[in-house]
Write a protein that binds this ligand. Sequence first.
Ligand SMILES: Nc1nc2c(ncn2[C@@H]2O[C@H](COP(=O)(O)OP(=O)(O)OP(=O)(O)O)[C@@H](O)[C@H]2O)c(=O)[nH]1
Ligand SMILES: [Mg+2]
Length: 204
Amino acid sequence: MFEKLKSVFSSVISNLSKKEITEKEVDKVLNDLMLSLIECDVAYEVAEEISKRLKNSLIGKKASSYEIKELVRENLRQTLLEIFYETPKIDIIEKINRKKEKGLPFVILFLGINGTGKTTTLAKLASLLKKKGFTVVLVCGDTHRAGSIEQLKQHAMKLGLKTIEQRYGADPAAVARDGVTYAKMHKLDVVLIDSAGRIQTDKN
Ligand SMILES: Nc1nc2c(ncn2[C@@H]2O[C@H](COP(=O)(O)OP(=O)(O)OP(=O)(O)O)[C@@H](O)[C@H]2O)c(=O)[nH]1
Ligand SMILES: [Mg+2]
């Protein structure tokens, strides 16, 4: 008796919840998602694009309440992957080699919002370039945040690379110029310049 009841209940649940996802349902959820993405500093255009693509991929799909979580998760994953794959690819090694043929250093300035990984990425790239046989100098262009110079110097020490620095408060452009001059003088291949975090509302 219980087995039969169980099967009747499951059939009711499945029939009631196995329905098409409507635009109205998706809109509410995606509005919240968009707000959360913007609060996490995702660019407005990107947040809008993610919501738009997710909406198109969900509307009209049939899913039970159990399946919907997985469906949304998979569609969100797919949407994010698509956006990353569409980003133009840059062959940095080829670009460095082209500059090297001209006897000039390749200069990369790391820019971005505070705490997004500029300095860490700089160190990772420095490590990769060193392994590939390029000569690299690191420039402490973040003369603003306390500890930023020491942070980059720690990375440089572990990587066995030279840093160019001035004091805190110095003009970052002047430190960057020192780095490029040093690289030209010593015929180095790459100059990696760190910078202080910036957000849209920062002045000067
Ligand atoms: N999980 C993860 N953490 C990271 C990554 N890159 C950096 N971080 C961490 O994020 C924090 C900030 O990284 P930084 O490289 O100092 O970021 P930044 O943009 O230079 O920060 P500011 O100089 O303060 O603007 C550190 O705790 C890093 O360890 C990453 O790819 N993945
Ligand atoms: Mg930094």
